[in-house]
Design a protein. Structure first.
Length: 290
């Protein structure tokens, strides 16, 4: 097996296009059978651990949520040897108790997308991974520890509505999601969580509340300048939480259920999987075939 180049992947969202705390950095271009990731990847060291940083929307924020090549991003992390992905995202709040600058660590998702490719399967191979618990509990707890260490509000658990965008929600939609009991809303995390599970990578998100979406009477409807303002105020906290989370992560994800998500997932008769598809997915399947 190739040498592991990174243990932990960080996917930085809106406003987080690099990681100033990384040392010994090198920038690499990673190619994948699913196309190019959003950006070159920065390898480096943080808290003594080997880390790979990827800017989700590219540096300079060039890629729409619906245009993101989620498969290439997660495949690239897998090819570097990553076992944990820590994602950072801006989200709107759907509850008064989640205030701008608070952090929420979601443990559930509701899918409101309709234009995304969120599986490595297809082209002659069928697989179904369990997804009742879409977030890795170990990675989520590490984020909580990071929030506690940094002395910031970090709420463990909550439901993230993944909308398609790029327009923000209508007021009727926002109120509908509130009636469902959802906590926060964003445009990017669910596809990453699905693909990370198929890739047997443990995934969790640090969701930074930037606004009250549009449901809250007496508060302005969300705008990008509002989101960016809160992110800028809170970036140093997000970096400190990340460092704390990395300190709290175990060496490997082998003790989590994520690490064996594919064990019983593949439906297709091995003899019938097309050679090109088998080759494309070798990085995931080889360990189950001696
Ligand atoms: C800039 S507001 C909308 C934008 O912010 C969030 O991005 P990310 O999850 O990458 O931080 C949201 O999902 C939208 O893409
Ligand atoms: N209100 C909101 N809706 C969707 N994505 C967001 N990202 C930040 N705030 C958001």
């Amino acid at each position: 097996m190739a040498q592991q180049q990174a243990e932990i992947g960080i996917i930085g969202g809106s406003g987080l296009y690099n990681m100033p705390g990384l040392t010994d950095t090198t920038e690499i271009t990673v190619d994948t059978p699913f196309g190019a990731p959003s950006e070159t990847i920065v390898l480096g060291t943080l808290e003594g651990r080997k880390v790979a940083f990827l800017a989700r929307h590219g540096r300079g924020h060039r890629i729409l949520p619906s245009e993101l090549n989620f498969r290439a991003n997660i495949y690239a992390m897998k090819s570097l040897g990553v076992e944990f992905i820590l994602s950072i995202s801006a989200v709107g709040s759907l509850k008064a108790e989640h205030k701008p600058t608070d952090f929420v660590i979601p443990d559930q998702f509701i899918d409101r997308t309709f234009a995304r490719n969120a599986t490595f399967f297809g082209d002659g191979i069928v697989g179904h991974v369990a997804f009742g618990d879409p977030v890795c509990a170990v990675a989520a707890k590490a984020f909580k520890q990071g929030c506690d260490d940094a002395g910031v509000v970090g709420k463990l658990g909550g439901t993230y509505v993944n909308m398609e965008g790029p327009q923000f929600s209508t007021r009727a939609e926002s109120n509908l999601y509130r009636s469902w009991g959802a906590d926060v809303i964003g445009m990017t995390n669910l596809q990453e969580a699905k693909l990370a599970r198929e890739a047997e990578i443990s995934y969790a998100t640090l969701a930074m509340v930037t606004d009250y979406d549009c449901w809250y009477e007496g508060h302005d409807d969300v705008t990008v300048d509002q989101v960016i303002k809160v992110i800028h105020e809170n970036t140093a906290n997000a970096q400190r939480v990340l460092a704390g989370a990395i300190r709290a992560l175990p060496k490997s994800n082998s003790d989590t259920p994520c690490a064996s998500a594919l064990k019983y997932a593949i439906m297709t008769d091995k003899k019938l999987i097309p050679a090109a598809t088998r080759e494309k997915l070798a990085i995931f399947l080889d360990k189950y075939e001696g």
